[in-house]
Design a protein around this ligand. Structure first.
Ligand SMILES: [Zn+2]
Length: 144
């Protein structure tokens, strides 16, 4: 009789050991996956920093293998600067070339640093041809 009880206790012990081992694997898996995710984020942030450093220091002398991508970033930055200048102009300001302050467009000198304000070239937005017919907007009448 005690033999059977011992065997049952043995099996129960094995099941408990198995469950413990399984939960250790699950916990270890989660820990390792979290570590991998953390390192991937670190790599992404570091790669971004490398890119920023490269753009700042090698924009003009970019390696031919990356020159096209560097140029694309420079083009985007130029487009942003252009749009920001236009936004500023809409509010009646220009950006001081010397200190970056917003100066009223009519002022000759920057109120912050005193530098002469260089007016940006007049905006020559490629407007659609005025000869063209205005686009016809079809109104669908949903009321019957
Ligand atoms: Zn200034």
């Amino acid at each position: 009789m005690s033999d059977i009880i011992d065997r049952i206790a043995g099996v129960a012990g094995d099941v408990a050991d198995f469950a413990t081992a399984q939960s250790k694997i699950v916990a270890e898996t989660a820990k390792l996956k979290a570590k991998i995710a953390k390192e991937k984020i670190a790599i992404r942030e570091l790669t971004f920093k490398i890119g920023e450093y490269y753009l700042e220091n090698f924009c003009e002398t970019a390696d031919p293998g990356i020159a096209e991508t560097v140029k694309a970033v420079c083009d985007s930055e130029a487009a942003i600067a252009d749009s920001e200048a236009k936004l500023l102009a809409l509010k009646g300001f220009v950006k001081c070339q010397a200190c970056g302050a917003n100066v009223p467009a009519d002022d000759k000198f920057c109120g912050k640093c005193g530098a002469e304000v260089i007016k940006p070239a007049p905006v020559t937005e490629t407007e659609p041809d005025t000869d063209d017919e205005p686009p016809v907007i079809e109104v669908v009448n949903t009321e019957e």
